[in-house]
Write a protein that binds this ligand. Structure first.
Ligand code: MG
Length: 280
């Protein structure tokens, strides 16, 4: 069928097919008999395995409002300022990274002096204590709900059959991993999770996404990140991966675009619609 027909009738799908063809060009063997490869419009043409790396907080679960409130409250107990909007800007860092940075940046007189007087081990112990206090408060705030539309997106990707689904998170909270098993039963295997416990340098360093990519066994062109936070986008792009951002929080889209997001969506449904056009 003439390509022009599709250009006129459905430019978006043709754009998606061109993208696919571009990917397929590198991943599929050269066509035999010198024939030009023409994608079929009757059946999916994507024959290569892919991987989607999902961030967790703010991407799978609407957990960020509680995280931001818990951080603000507990930080204040230790003389530190950590407004909720700042928390959204720091999202993606591990809890210990956040605490190290807070104490380093803020001259919280008494607390800093107190911290400086401690040995390295004592200091780390205190920071873990604060982190656990924050985790406890977060837990007491109740179970976060899944982000609207994410279950449909995961189901769609899972049903394709040739798509690896991973979680790449700076979180190390057991409660959320338990919640994963309930909210997204049968979707994520434990061996396809990169958490704060698996890597030395968390987001925005590229390490978490690089670790997922290496373990996937795929080429980078076959891997896609789904993120909601600017520092998560920075991590994904530093790892050299395509990153789709879904802006589920209060920050402007520009914060995500500035970090290099390949596309920013307002909802998971918008991303699902885009992927259906892009990968059929
Ligand atoms: Mg997030």
């Amino acid at each position: 069928m003439a390509l022009e027909f599709f250009v006129d009738k459905n430019a978006a799908k043709v754009e998606g097919l061109f993208q696919l063809y571009k990917h397929s060009f590198f991943l599929l063997p050269a066509p035999k008999n010198n024939r030009t490869f023409v994608p079929s419009f009757k059946r999916p043409i994507l024959t290569v395995e892919q991987a989607f790396f999902f961030d967790m907080d703010g991407t799978l679960f609407n957990s960020m409002p509680n995280h931001a409130r818990a951080w603000e409250i507990v930080a204040a107990r230790y003389g530190l300022r950590f407004p909720q909007l700042t928390c959204y800007r720091q999202e993606g860092r591990t809890g210990m990274d956040i605490l190290h940075q807070l104490f380093r940046e803020q001259d919280a007189s008494e607390q800093t002096n107190c911290l400086n007087a401690l040995t390295h081990e004592q200091r780390e112990q205190l920071l873990w204590q604060i982190y656990e206090e924050k985790s406890r408060l977060f837990h007491e705030m109740g179970e976060p709900e899944p982000i609207a539309g994410v279950a449909e997106l995961l189901l769609y990707l899972q049903q394709r059959g040739d798509t690896q689904l991973w979680i790449v998170t700076g979180s190390a909270q057991q409660s959320l991993f338990d919640r994963l098993a309930i909210a997204f039963s049968g979707i994520f295997a434990r061996e396809r999770m990169i958490t704060a416990l698996d890597i030395e340098h968390g987001k925005p360093a590229p390490d978490p996404y690089l670790a997922a990519w290496k373990r996937s066994g795929l080429n980078k062109e076959q891997c896609f990140v789904v993120e909601n936070a600017p520092l998560g986008v920075r991590s994904a792009k530093a790892a050299g991966l395509c990153c789709y951002a879904v802006n589920t929080g209060p920050l402007p889209d520009d914060d995500l675009l500035r970090e290099g997001a390949d596309q920013v969506f307002s909802t998971m449904n918008d991303l699902l619609h885009f992927l259906k056009i892009k990968i059929l």
